[in-house]
Design a protein around this ligand. Structure first.
Ligand code: GDP
Length: 371
């Protein structure tokens, strides 16, 4: 199960954003045997293909894809050394696959309060640097803690080649962090990457940045920080995505009915960014969808890009993976082109695939298995 953590300094609009995400959640009845923590939202991933499949199959039940988002409270300066319960919260981030960083560019809060940024003045670049540094310090502490016993083992048994290599990689990671560099911007060939992946470091995680603006600035698409942020990103976070939005505007839009929302957006020439925030998070994690479709249920499943058919079947039920026989597969694109499952069959596009088949984004699959 993949998840993203929502992080930010206090008073940047994190709760507002998290509440909107809760509102976009897949209904709890879809998760009958599990407790959903108050700090987690299972956000529906907007997917036009899924909507189209539901309108074609008219199933009794519709289950869209979702992304788990954890609200990670209270990152402040010094969190890595235990300031403000920081250490516990940083451990929560370790359990997620990606990080959404919320940064504040609005001066006055939506309720008219001029204030209250913990660090005084509003300065999103300082915030980015504080958070990056906390994550980095936490990684560094973990790396040092891992190196110590490993170094002892290696000095006891100089012939332990594998441990020696591992130690060397760990030291390389330590040096990289000590230079103040996030590990995801390092160059880690083959074996080193395996060591790195085992560590689940915070600065290794896919990161997306939500730039929270005042409603007014978001609508006029202007804020004094935007050019500075762009320059900072080009230099320090090449290739990472910054998404401007306004949490308080999103909260307002959420309260409106469709008609009022459309009218508001047309009048102000703006749009909600929440769907694209969720979709970007999903894609950043290199996830793909496949569907199971029938009169009872149309369901969208999330897997990692590159997974083989049995592994994909295992997301439905572990028995499906164990007893996998074959997958009957056609693509959403073919369904759209030919119009019906029967027409897809008639066109010879309905395929039988074996255990080595790599599932593609948009596949519609019917698994055959032994129990
Ligand atoms: P958190 O401490 O990061 O969880 O922040 P909150 O969501 O509680 O928001 C802190 C304050 O900022 C509240 O007074 C919000 O009304 C305000 N706020 C949140 N998002 C926006 C926004 O997009 N624009 C403006 N102007 N104020 C916002």
């Amino acid at each position: 199960n993949v998840s993203a953590g929502l992080v930010g300094m206090p008073n940047v609009g994190k709760s507002t954003t998290f509440n909107i995400m809760c509102n976009m959640s897949v209904p709890a009845e879809n998760f009958p045997f599990c407790t959903i923590e108050p700090s987690e939202a299972r956000v529906e991933v907007p997917d036009p293909q899924f909507k189209d499949l539901c309108s074609r199959f008219k199933p009794k039940s519709e289950v869209p894809a979702w992304l788990k988002v954890h609200d990670i409270a209270g990152l402040v300066k010094g969190a890595a050394t235990g300031e403000g319960l920081g250490n516990a919260f940083l451990s929560h981030i370790a359990a997620t696959d990606a990080i959404f960083h919320i940064i504040r560019t609005f001066e006055e809060t939506a309720d008219g309060d001029v204030a209250a940024h913990v660090e005084g003045e509003v300065d999103p670049i300082r915030d980015l640097e504080i958070i990056a540094n906390e994550l980095l310090q936490k990684d560094l502490a973990l790396v040092k803690k891992t190196i110590e016993p490993l170094a002892k083992e290696v000095s006891r048994d100089g012939k332990a080649k594998e441990k020696k290599d591992r130690l060397e990689t760990m030291k390389k990671i330590e040096a990289h962090l000590e230079e103040g560099k996030q590990v995801r911007f390092g160059d880690w060939p083959g074996k080193e990457l395996d060591v790195l992946n085992d560590l689940h470091l915070l600065t290794a995680k896919t990161s997306l940045y939500l730039v929270n603006m005042s409603e007014k600035d978001y609508i006029r698409k202007k804020n004094k920080w935007l050019p500075k942020l762009k320059a900072w990103f080009d230099e320090h976070r090449p290739g990472e995505k910054m998404i401007p939005y306004s949490a308080s505007l999103e909260a307002k839009l959420m309260e409106m009915d469709e008609q009022a929302k459309t009218a508001f957006c047309e009048e102000n020439k703006c749009k909600s960014m929440m769907d694209s925030i969720v979709v970007s998070g999903y894609h950043a994690l290199q996830l793909i969808h496949f569907y199971t479709c029938g009169p009872d249920e149309v369901k969208c499943w999330t897997i990692r890009d590159g997974w083989k058919a049995p592994q994909a079947a295992g997301t439905i039920h572990t028995d499906f993976e164990r007893g996998f026989i074959k997958a009957e597969v056609y693509s959403y694109a073919d369904l759209k082109e030919y119009g019906s499952e029967q027409a897809v069959r008639d066109a010879g596009k309905y395929r039988m695939e074996g255990k080595n088949y790599e599932v593609k984004d948009g596949d519609i699959i019917f698994f055959k298995f032994n129990v």
